[in-house]
Design a protein around this ligand. Sequence first.
Ligand code: ZN
Ligand code: ZN
Length: 180
Amino acid sequence: MTSRLHLASRAGRLTSGVRPHNQNLPPLAMKITGQCHCGAISFTALVDPNRVLVCHCSDCQQFSGGPFRAVLPTPAEQVSVFGAAKHYVKVADSGNRRAQAFCADCGTQLYATEADGQPKTLNLRVGCINERAQLLPHIQIWGESAMPWLQQLHAVPFHSKGIASALVSTAQNLAGSGAA
Ligand SMILES: [Zn+2]
Ligand SMILES: [Zn+2]
């Protein structure tokens, strides 16, 4: 409860000066920007920071090359994409078809959306959003395929930069990012 209240006040401060374009925007609409690693594709969006989720499904692990993927579902009409993303269509066992959008030059994953017809929702990949440090996930899904070692990660040595850099404590790091 307290973390949600904290996020609400923080989001409110971040969006001061952002004027909503229509009445359907969520009350906590936050303006974000993002881009792929090479910069060929970029985007801006008005997002609801309360919708960030972490997905531990095996597809997200494989697509991302990481232990999980964080996404921010956002109505398509609130996202502007500049540049042409390539789409890879993933077909689920259920027959559901999802377009996975990425940069054909640098491989950065940008979003997933409906593969057929007009896109309704873009699941923005949090890793390419510039404001990602402020986008606290509120829910986790596909826990049954989550990496079992995630719970122990806080006890693993934590360097500030590369392996030769100073060690920082997890608690110290969390305090620092919270104040930023
Ligand atoms: Zn790129
Ligand atoms: Zn997933």
